[in-house]
Design a protein around this ligand. Structure first.
Ligand code: GDD
Ligand code: GTP
Length: 426
């Protein structure tokens, strides 16, 4: 059988997802009407021989309780559980710490998914490649531009055999534009020994101080908290400590997806993730979506408890959350409107996220600038200049009537009474 682990991280991560992660843990943030991890879980549920999914992270025990209760009803064939790391153990450290629970029932294969990616999760294709090659590991890869590739794990492969020849996590200079999507399939009989030998190696050979961290800007030669933790505790990363070894084994393969893939790091990246999942649901003719009409440009998701005036025009790529109220003549495009928010009459919302219980006044304009397709930027500030182009209103913000808000990030509980652009409002 196959087991699945979804790496959900913990509250010290996802700070780039602020201000939205101030109110909800990133994995539970809703895009296209469902929490980010629901999209991962739904893909896992389609794999025939998966009976158990383990969320591994270091959030409080209570964080995923309701989600798991609901998901267990929706996917009755799955046993879903959350295992909490007492501290961040790293992407491989968590797996190793919970190896007994993971290996219970003797699964032959282990699927591992990063929770913070948005893609079509072609797990069936990965399983087929795994069987066909009698692999030890299969990684999902995608092509990105040469400029952005070094922000990710880079894979050098033999295009003919699909074998992974080299793997380097966030290299200093270009080695490949085929990158790690954060989705893996491992043979259980080899991933745990591989982690064990990484641990052995570490204890026999002291670590270098200049350990490249996941942040390739400010990593080398500075002993950050991360490095100290790694040195003294069990922090082990699949990417840095395990995958390059697996490449030496000759039984590590890559499935290259041509379908969509995005990372969900910054709060703004929820907007393209929302669009991609809505488009996927639309192609699958999902009945969850609102049918097209004169005022609905698909794909649009409206929660059943929302009230949308029939003269408001919505779409494409719009998600409207529970109990949201949208007034007459409002226009909403490429945006996420969260629970209990209100968009008053004739307001316009584009390329934006409207936070929980926020109000956008009559004739107001809240707009961002679209993130170019194919851009995989993960930072909000580059060389001191704000590059975040999606407008985000945190929880309970208010935009006055006729006020224009352009390319802004607004922390919770702010009242915007005057026009603002290109600002972080704190
Ligand atoms: N349980 C647990 N414990 N989860 C963790 C921990 C941990 O200590 N650290 C990270 N995670 C989870 C995060 O929540 C996320 O889902 C995933 O593991 C990877 O997060 P990062 O470690 O921040 O890596 P990254 O996102 O910068 O890069 C990874 O993903 C890219 C694709 O999105 C790498 O795998 C890259 O190679 C890859 O390209
Ligand atoms: P996610 O956004 O969920 O991946 O969490 P993150 O920790 O990657 O992002 P966050 O916005 O919290 O951190 C900003 C940058 O700092 C990211 O590029 C991180 O890789 C990096 N970072 C976070 N924590 C540490 C740490 O303890 N040490 C080092 N060296 N870098 C860190």
């Amino acid at each position: 059988s196959t087991k699945a682990v979804i790496l959900v991280g913990g509250p010290s991560r996802g700070t780039r997802f602020r201000p939205l992660s101030l109110d909800v843990p990133k994995p539970l943030f809703e895009v296209a009407g469902h929490p980010i991890i629901h999209h991962c879980l739904k893909a896992v549920a389609k794999v025939d021989d998966v009976r158990e999914v383990i969320l591994v992270g270091y959030y409080d025990e209570s964080v995923f309780r309701d989600f798991i209760k609901d998901a267990s009803k929706e996917f009755p064939q799955l046993r879903i559980l959350y295992l909490r790391e007492y501290t961040a153990l790293g992407t491989a450290g968590g797996l190793y710490h919970f190896r007994d629970a993971i290996l219970k029932g003797k699964p032959e294969r282990l699927l591992v998914l990063n929770a913070d990616v948005c893609c079509s999760f072609p797990l069936g294709e990965m399983m087929r490649l795994f069987d066909e090659k009698d692999a030890e590991a299969v990684i999902l890869g995608t092509r990105v531009s040469n400029e952005t590739a070094t922000n990710f794990g880079c894979i050098v492969s033999d295009s003919h055999t699909k074998r992974v020849l080299h793997y380097v996590e966030k290299p200093e200079s270009h080695i490949s534009n085929l990158i790690n999507c954060g989705v893996y399939l491992f043979a259980t009989e080899c991933i745990f020994p591989a982690i064990r030998s990484a641990i052995k190696r570490r204890t026999t050979r002291p670590r270098l101080l200049s350990y490249p961290s996941s942040d390739n800007l400010e990593s080398s030669f500075i002993a950050t908290g991360d490095d100290e933790d790694a040195a003294k505790s069990e922090v082990l990363r699949l990417e840095q400590d395990i995958l390059s070894d697996l490449a030496d084994s000759n039984r590590f393969f890559v499935h290259e997806t041509k379908d969509f893939w995005r990372q969900i790091k910054t709060a703004g990246s929820a907007v393209p993730a929302n669009a991609l999942y809505l488009q996927k649901a639309f192609q699958a003719e999902s009945t969850e979506l609102t049918p097209p009409s004169a005022t609905i440009v698909p794909p649009v998701y409206i929660h059943p408890t929302a009230t949308v005036d029939p003269t408001a025009k919505l779409g494409p790529n719009v998600s409207i959350g529970p109990r949201v109220v949208v007034g007459a003549g409002a226009r909403i495009k490429d945006s996420i409107v969260l629970e209990d928010a209100e968009i008053r009459h004739d307001a316009c919302v584009m390329h934006s996220i409207i936070g929980w219980s926020s109000r956008v006044g009559a004739w107001a304009r809240v707009e961002g600038t679209p993130i170019p397709v194919g851009s995989h930027s993960t930072s909000i500030v580059k060389q001191g200049i704000k590059v975040q182009s999606i407008t985000i209103l945190g929880k309970e913000c208010g935009v006055g009537d006729e006020v224009r808000v352009q390319n802004c990030v607004c922390l919770p509980y702010k009242e915007l009474k005057r026009d603002v652009s290109n600002e972080v409002i704190m």
